[in-house]
Design a binder for this molecule. Sequence first.
Ligand code: MN
Ligand code: MN
Length: 475
Amino acid sequence: MKKAGIKKIKEILLKKRTLVFDHLDKKDKEQVFQFCEKYKDFLNQSKTEREAVLQIVQAAKQKGFVDIDTLLEGGTNNIKKVYKIFQGRCVALAAIGKKLPHLGANIIASHIDSPRLDLKQNPIYEDLSIGLMKTHYYGGIRKYHWLALPLALHGTIIKSNNERLDISIGEHQDDPVFTITDLLPHLAGKTQSSKNISEVFDGEKLNLVAGSTPLGGDDEKERFKLGVLNCLYEKYGLTEEDFVSAEIEAVPSEKARDIGFDRSMIGAYGQDDRVCAYTGLEAFLDSQSPEKTAIALFFDKEEIGSEGSSGAKSNFLEDFMSDLLFISGGNTDNRSLRKALIHSSCLSADVNAAMDPDFKEVHEAMNAAKLGFGICITKFTGVGGKSGASDAGSEFVGNIRRIFNKNNIVWQTGELGKIDQGGGGTVAKFLAKFGMNVLDCGPALLSMHSPFEISSKADVYMTYLAYKAFYNDND
Ligand code: MN
Ligand code: MN
């Protein structure tokens, strides 16, 4: 066969992997960079789930969304753009479509919690001449990532008189920061170098350096602990017992940065999964008034298994959907709710791992996602023989593939690592239990779950376009 003939056949037969930057024209590329400036701002303002909720609601309010809880008293009305915050830690937005929500919704579900170090409930102590605070890590971290790094404290404290205090210390240039000490290489030989990595880094040694000024003379017991407590009392009116009713998260104080001479990537804490939260939010707010009801869900607690009242295993979605049925008129009985959920379609918006040039051996190259090749479709998650997976049906994957191709979305597929290498899960299966179609779909990151995760700006923008195409599809 002639060369030209083979070329044509290859064109027809072979699946293409397209680099987003090969696909975009100059104007599109400018859009990529502009979009990512706003994304970096979002990351800097949303270092915890509670802060992300505030940012999301602020953006929604600016577009005319109202709190659904204020409408429930008044019965039906014509308001179609609503939000619902639950316990300050998760939030849902909905734009009621031309069809009643009873006929199902197009849902994008992301999560806004990220791995971090939480302060313990009795955190403050002293050792030698240093005031310290004990932490308990949250989510899957590599403990050594968190040593010798400037950390900021973000959180909410309920004082004994029920007064609420929100803190953010360590974000401004002139704020103090906190840090966890590490061993100098000169002395690490016996303690660290000869041991297994999981033995070297001990969760109980992730203690924050918090002060070194004593209160009182050298006959005073615990005077460095008292020094820290005295600062907290003078600045914030806090006492030791207040930490019992506090959620304080130590997070990297570094801001989102451009990576590379060409500034083509973003390095930042919390991109898993605020990259999907942000692109999902923007796609939701920018999509046209939909035929079908559009919902954007932003869950908490995904990193610890979606547990609790604000995670995806909770009844939050059912409650929100039932409120939507109520405000749009029509039946609100249990059967209507179940039908609304079963007729919904969902993208579980979460990140996958991009193939790492230095750790190729943990990936299977044919089925691994690569940085810069667009949004990644993950048909199934899980570990080992797909244990604990949510596995999207081929009909729904086909439908999403059609939507993406029709809208010129650059997409790829990805599996999380080689078989039996490890694995993971997302919120997908907790939504799939309602009977709705769910597919995992989001950008791939390098250094995922580290304090400085890397995304490709091109992938971030393509994810936004993909989510928007999903919301706008009416077929
Ligand atoms: Mn995630
Ligand atoms: Mn994660």
